[in-house]
Design a protein. Structure first.
Length: 437
């Protein structure tokens, strides 16, 4: 039996696609081994979102050759799509596949082995108009499933290479989504996280069905108790959308609304398609509709041309919104994007200072959000055991608070009423309630 090892870089969408490729190899009777183990075939699913992602993709690829100099190495994903020639030059690489055709990975690998020559199978992603079905039947964990429902992006934010790596928007067919959700429910999953490259654009390419319709369909599947959306932009949260969401009791009170900057001039240069005023209006609507809702976000500091005055506006804005959690990135120029060529790049030292300032503000808001719930009971979906000796389990509330609770029983995969006790650095300790909430 041939052995195959996988390595995944980057986002949840990549992780989903690797899971699907693993399943394809298992079905074809290959043995899956760890990446650090000796394997006959190594498959690296790459990321290209930053130049660091590119470098890491190359390093990991070289690592495979150190483990087995005779190995067949296939490099797939975003970096392959953007720079197939560079990937082909990496010693040992025999097959390069982009962000499409991964559903056929077993076939492509077997053909390339037979031909015994380097194969570049990267196609022009801009010519691809259909969602590539790569569904998963046997998810490894049994609690929360990240499910890919959408591919590609047509937004062209000026700092982002992803539209060139993933191509135009493509939506997964509703029947296929529902089939997978039903399977997940049958296999004991409690929570589904709807993911994609630009989830908010779901449906725009396939006619009448929109994201909210899909959410309602998923909501109707028995056995699934929570539905969460991955990152979305504020524009999709119209009055009607929020109103329809508010009638669905399985919707998690958690919205990850990408902000990127709290200053309209910066947002414009980023080609983000909303203003801070529009953003705030959506946050207010969500807060008025869902009690204790968590609003989380991403922010980039040091975008080209970000003056002190612009940064001040961002600071004021995040102080006004008070996010329950923030991911803060220092802008790093990505070759091939318009912003990388902008003249007024911000000095690294200034980016460091700005990142530190907003991180401190974000930490205060996060702490204040979590502390509001101390002493209260909330439902927690326990996902994994963190410490065997101490019998500690980790889980999430629907409004995205990480909880760590001690239990002698195995509570993985269960949604249990838990009293929130103490705020630690990045989690809250809980105690299981015996009474129901
Ligand atoms: S919305 Fe913007 S940041 Fe997100 S993938 Fe598309 S281009 Fe990139």
């Amino acid at each position: 039996m041939k052995r195959v090892a996988f390595y995944t870089l980057g986002c949840k969408v990549n992780q989903y696609e690797t899971e699907a490729m693993i399943e394809a190899f298992e079905t074809a009777h290959y043995q899956i081994v760890e990446y650090e183990d000796f394997a006959d075939i190594y498959i690296i699913n790459t990321c290209t979102v930053t130049n660091v992602g590119d470098k890491k993709s190359r390093q990991i690829t070289r690592r495979a050759l150190e483990i087995n100099p005779e190995a067949f190495i296939a490099v797939v994903g975003c970096y392959s799509q953007i720079a197939p020639d560079k990937v082909m030059e990496i010693p040992g690489v025999k097959l390069v596949v982009g962000t499409n055709e991964r559903a056929k990975i077993v076939e492509l690998v077997e053909q390339a082995i037979k031909k015994d020559e380097k194969t570049n199978a990267v196609a022009d992603i801009m010519q691809v108009h259909d969602f590539e079905e790569m569904s998963i039947k046997n998810y490894k964990s049994r609690t929360r499933a990240f499910m890919k429902i959408q591919e590609g992006c047509d937004q062209y934010c000026t700092y982002c290479i992803i539209p060139y790596a993933r191509g135009h928007i493509r939506s997964r067919k509703p029947e296929s989504i529902i089939n997978e959700v039903e399977l997940l429910a049958k296999n004991g999953f409690k929570e589904v996280v709807l993911t994609g490259i630009h989830v908010a654009s779901y449906g725009r390419d396939i006619g009448e069905i929109k994201l909210i319709d899909i959410i309602e369909m998923v909501h109707a599947v028995d056995g699934i108790e929570r539905i969460r959306m991955s990152s979305i932009e504020p524009n999709i949260l119209t009055e009607d959308f929020i109103d329809r969401l508010s009638r669905l009791d399985k919707i998690c009170r958690h919205f990850h609304l990408s902000l990127q900057s709290g200053c309209n001039e910066t947002l414009k240069r980023m080609n983000r398609k909303y203003t801070t005023e529009e953003y705030k209006e959506v946050v207010n609507k969500l807060r008025n509709t869902f009690n204790d809702v968590a609003i989380t976000t991403d922010l980039i500091v040091g975008f080209p041309g970000e003056t002190e005055e612009e940064f001040e506006k961002t600071k004021e804005f995040i102080n006004e919104i008070q996010f329950s959690s923030m991911h803060i990135f220092k802008y790093s120029p990505r070759e091939g994007t318009p912003a990388a060529k902008y003249k007024n790049q911000v000095e690294p030292k200034i980016k460091d200072v700005r990142s530190k300032i907003v991180s401190e503000i974000a930490a205060l808001h996060e702490q204040a959000f979590k502390e509001k719930f101390l002493g209260k009971s909330m439902k927690v979906l326990y996902e994994r055991k963190v410490d065997d000796n101490a019998n500690l389990f980790e889980g999430l509330t629907d409004n995205y608070i990480k909880i760590v609770t001690e239990s002698r029983d195995d509570i993985k995969g269960k949604i249990l009423s838990t009293k929130l006790i103490k705020h630690e650095e990045d989690y809250v300790t809980g105690i299981l309630n015996t009474e129901r909430i």
